[in-house]
Design a protein around this ligand. Structure first.
Ligand code: ADP
Ligand code: MG
Length: 233
């Protein structure tokens, strides 16, 4: 047990270090991205030069993705970080932060979120879960597809469904979901789903996938519902 605790503490230190390094690296990247974005509107550069700048932006975004995916691997979610959260707010924030990504891919993201529902989790992690799943859905549905995020409650559960009408998966692909580095994309990290499954597990949730090649995919996440008058965890 002592060894286990020491291991966890080490992981925690590594996680915190990773988080601060990532944060420090992101700041200059954001600034560089802003200036490159500005350059793309310049009238003094040629079309091919603009294409180079677009590559720069795409590569910066990719570096950012890699940081997000790897960063969350080492982090330890100690129980005091868990809070009562409005799942709808977390979903809406995540959808909003992906709006330009969706637009860039020509994908329409809509949501059907009815009543207020609370869960227990870590805000940043819950948003990361949504972002990873919605991003995958957008990538699968592009170009011109649709992604829907639906949330409803059923007795003591919150049911989240993220659907897309994209490329879909066969049985073998579904089997592989969540394995580290499993990716069918040219430039995927294959870490997003692994992290997402861990986040769901840490909240005591369940995860289901329904998919058909060429038709689309539905990811269903089932989380324990917290009653409105229930304060503590
Ligand atoms: P990455 O997005 O970097 O490839 P992920 O862990 O997020 O890594 O996803 C792993 C793989 O799962 C993807 O490469 C893809 O093959 C498959 N996948 C995940 N979500 C979907 C989806 N909505 N539709 C089709 N395939 C998906
Ligand atoms: Mg992904």
């Amino acid at each position: 047990l002592i060894k286990e605790v020491q291991k966890n503490e080490k992981l925690n230190v590594v996680g915190q270090l990773a988080a601060s390094v990532a944060h420090e690296i992101r700041n200059p990247m954001t600034s560089v991205r802003g200036f490159i974005q500005l350059l793309t509107t310049s009238e003094n550069i040629s079309v091919s030069e603009k294409d180079y700048l677009k590559v720069c932006l795409a590569e910066l975004d990719r570096a950012n993705d890699i940081i997000s995916d790897y960063l969350s691997l080492g982090t330890n979610q100690s129980s005091e970080q868990f809070r009562k959260l409005d799942i709808n707010k977390e979903a809406e924030k995540s959808i909003k932060s992906l709006s330009s990504y969706a637009m860039f891919h020509g994908v329409n993201v809509s949501s059907e979120i009815q009543e207020n529902a609370h869960i227990v989790g870590i805000s940043g992690r819950v948003q990361q879960m949504f972002i990873n799943l919605i991003k995958n859905a957008i990538e699968a549905a592009a170009p011109h597809g649709h992604v829907t995020v639906k949330i409803h409650t059923e007795r003591e559960k919150v049911i989240i469904r993220i659907s897309d009408d994209g490329i879909g998966m066969d049985e073998q692909q579904i089997e592989n979901l969540g394995l580290p580095y499993y990716s069918t994309k040219d430039r995927g990290t294959g870490l997003g789903l692994m992290v997402t499954l861990q986040i769901i597990r840490d909240m005591g949730g369940e995860f289901k996938v329904k998919s058909e090649k060429g038709t689309g995919t539905v990811f269903e996440i089932i989380l324990p519902l917290v009653q409105p008058n229930q304060n503590s965890v």
